[in-house]
Design a protein around this ligand. Structure first.
Ligand SMILES: NC(=O)c1ccc[n+]([C@@H]2O[C@H](COP(=O)([O-])OP(=O)(O)OC[C@H]3O[C@@H](n4cnc5c(N)ncnc54)[C@H](OP(=O)(O)O)[C@@H]3O)[C@@H](O)[C@H]2O)c1
Length: 373
């Protein structure tokens, strides 16, 4: 049996350290992936900064990491889609409350992944490029397709225009890059926001129009542009997204709903490990206060709002529709691209902590990736 190593998070708020980990055989409904690349998400540093304020169920030591790509080395007894040797991406869900299991974390050499959260990748797609997909894709899919969020039509290879428009606030982010592509493949027109330097990028993914989210009158510009259109709802990415989307969607006709990825205050404020209890209390008060304001504003505007949790698709049929039915062919025909592009910043488990800090310091239309050999 092969030996395994992991970048462990040994206690709350600690840095990752590399050490031996069990080589865990997959459960019946899982595959075991030998990882060749992992990508970094804001969630990784948010868990490190936030202590017990989020993911409070996590048992330590734990193994973080959602995005992996690699080769299948073991398959569970009930797995039908994959065989040993397949090249795949996988969305690792080891930090979810219902798994809370280091064997299912991404930041190690071997990760157990649910069959429905993995997808074959074409030979032309390098592992480093493919690793950018899972959490961004899953989160976008939850937002667009879950009936408790936007409840839109699923994507297909032959989408026809449905004559409806989706607003994706934050289109150059990882979640946004996937939301644009999915919505387009479902037949929706996409309006999005980004920095002007990324307009060409978001248009290349399929957006019809892009707006500068920092422009002082951006809300009014988008409201004007959406007049006369049937709006299918909005996805709000970035701290300012939800408040703006509520203001915009209230003035539009169609589905008055905003699916939210990001709270109005940033957990990065807690990244200083020496911060005082007072600072944490103040942060929590602002977090609660800003969320209450958002809910009240939305209610008085007649707009529904709800936070997304980017792994809920694993148990409602949407994972099968996206990772199983849609993505393999769309990737192999290059109708869907692995976006945003990978920025490879290191090689080996030892480089993951550095990569997490780099992602926290800010990215623009790119995804931080570490090669795993
Ligand atoms: N709820 C969930 O389950 C879930 C899952 C995944 C992610 N998230 C959250 O969703 C957000 C996006 O995650 P990600 O991995 O996609 O992030 P990311 O790729 O690291 O985001 C960076 C991008 O965000 C854009 N951006 C930053 N602030 C913005 C704002 N106020 N308005 C519009 N765009 C803004 C930047 O655009 P420009 O460079 O063009 O300026 C940049 O391209 C994060 O807050 C993350 O924590 C939540």
């Amino acid at each position: 049996m092969a030996s395994n190593d992991a970048a462990w998070m040994r206690e709350k708020k600690s840095e990752l350290t590399v050490g031996p980990a069990p080589y865990a055989l997959p459960q019946n409904n899982q595959i075991l992936i030998k990882n060749h690349a992992v990508a970094i998400n804001p969630l990784d540093w948010i868990i490190q900064c936030a202590g017990g304020l989020t993911y409070r169920w996590l048992k330590y030591p734990t193994i973080l990491g959602s995005d992996i790509s690699g080769e299948v080395v073991e398959v569970g007894s009930k797995v039908k889609t994959f065989k040993v040797g397949d090249r795949v991406i996988g969305h690792a869900v080891g930090s979810d409350k219902d798994s809370n299991n280091p064997a299912e974390g991404g930041f190690q050499n071997y990760t157990a992944v649910l069959e429905q959260m993995a997808c074959l990748i074409p030979d032309f797609l390098p592992y480093e490029s493919a690793a950018v997909l899972p959490l961004g894709l899953s989160t976008a899919a939850c937002a667009l397709y879950q009936s408790d969020l936007l409840g839109l039509e699923l994507p297909s290879s032959s989408a026809v225009s449905l004559g409806r428009t989706v607003l994706i606030w934050g289109g150059s982010s990882s979640v946004g890059s996937n939301a644009i592509q999915l919505a387009k493949a479902s037949g929706y027109e996409v309006y999005t926001t980004a920095s002007p330097k990324n307009f060409e990028y978001v248009l290349s993914l399929g957006a019809a129009r892009a707006f500068d989210y920092r422009a002082p009158n951006v809300n009014e510009e988008i409201i004007d542009a959406l007049q006369g259109r049937d709006v299918a709802g909005a996805i709000a990415i970035g701290e300012t997204g939800a408040a703006s989307c509520v203001k915009i969607i209230r003035k539009c006709s169609g589905n008055k709903f905003v699916a939210i990825t990001t709270p109005p205050v940033s957990f990065a404020e807690l990244s200083d490990s020496n911060h005082s209890r007072f600072k944490t209390t103040k942060f929590v008060a602002r977090l609660i206060g800003s969320n209450i304001k958002l809910q009240l504003d939305a209610r008085s505007a007649g707009v529904g709002v709800k936070y997304i949790f980017g792994t809920t698709l694993k148990s409602n049929g949407i994972a099968e529709a996206i990772y199983g039915d849609f993505l393999p062919q769309a990737l192999s025909e290059a109708r869907y691209v692995a976006a945003p592009p990978a920025k490879v910043v290191g090689e080996g488990l030892e480089d993951i902590q550095k990569a997490i800090r780099l992602q926290q310091s800010g990215v623009s239309a790119e995804k931080v990736v570490v090669k795993i050999t």
